[in-house]
Design a protein around this ligand. Structure first.
Ligand code: ADP
Ligand code: ADP
Ligand code: ZN
Length: 220
């Protein structure tokens, strides 16, 4: 039986960072709608062009587009999925529920990554990623060992996101509070929400998430 988990939290909470650890440690498949949308943008598809401005402003892309992207990827599961940045609205959560049921699967755990708003500004403004392998870095908390070179793959293609600026972050946080934070109540009532302290060091957050996953019963 596969296990499926959701990483829920505001922009900069550390979802992508933890998802990458889980791929390595647990063999789960990361489904990041943010990554999928950025890929669509850079490959210049019609959909990519349509969503580019919305993303740069920091607003949410329509449910229809995002649910379509997730539906396409769900057929490819191995040990299970880590949903990173999805769902972000109640409509997306309901759609995920239905898709999982169709596959005879379920969401086993929803990890709520709690981080203060003030810390998010510092997280977002120092973030950069490797364009080749996707490793996530931070100027202060997770710099590369050698300046300008990715520790994991050696690439020098290190990038900052167009939407990682103070103005867009304000919009993204507002979108989070208005549209995504109700999911905390939604999954609490469903009974599978576990909060973790996202302000702790990366390894400590990883250990907290590991404990939650170890409690999920598996049958294979
Ligand atoms: P962050 O890492 O800051 O949380 P993401 O990379 O997950 O940001 O998302 C970047 C942008 O992509 C969002 O601001 C939004 O415009 C769009 N996006 C990503 N996932 C979704 C989603 N599930 N629903 C709607 N829009 C999304
Ligand atoms: P999200 O996917 O939720 O938007 P990221 O994983 O991209 O968040 O992390 C945002 C930034 O904060 C990155 O620069 C990352 O290196 C850094 N970061 C992530 N987790 C921690 C942590 N526990 N402590 C300090 N910095 C962190
Ligand atoms: Zn790399």
């Amino acid at each position: 039986m596969a296990i499926n988990i959701i990483l829920l939290g505001p922009p900069g909470a550390g979802k992508g960072t933890q998802a990458r650890r889980l791929i390595e440690e647990r063999g789960l498949v990361q489904l990041s709608t943010g990554d999928m949308l950025r890929e669509a943008r850079s490959s210049g598809t019609e959909m990519g062009k349509r969503v580019a401005e919305v993303m740069d402003r920091g607003e949410l892309v329509t449910d229809e587009i995002v649910i379509g992207l997730i539906r396409e990827k769900l057929g490819q599961g191995g040990n299970g999925f880590i949903f990173d940045g999805f769902p972000r609205t109640l409509a997306q959560a309901d759609a995920l529920q239905a898709l999982m049921a169709e596959m005879g699967q379920r969401v086993d755990a929803v990890i709520e990554m709690r981080v203060d708003d003030a810390a998010l500004v510092a997280r977002i403004s120092g973030r950069f990623t490797c364009g080749n392998c996707g490793e996530v870095y931070h100027d202060a908390t997770k710099p590369t060992a050698k300046p300008g070179v990715c520790d994991v793959c050696g690439s020098t293609d290190l990038r900052r996101r167009a939407d990682d600026n103070a103005e867009s972050l304000k919009t993204r946080l507002m979108e989070y509070y208005k549209k995504t934070s109700p999911l905390i109540g939604y999954y609490y009532v469903k009974g599978n929400l576990t909060p973790v302290d996202g302000l702790a060091q990366i390894d400590v957050v990883g250990a907290q998430i590991g404990k939650v996953l170890d409690k999920i019963p598996r049958w294979s």
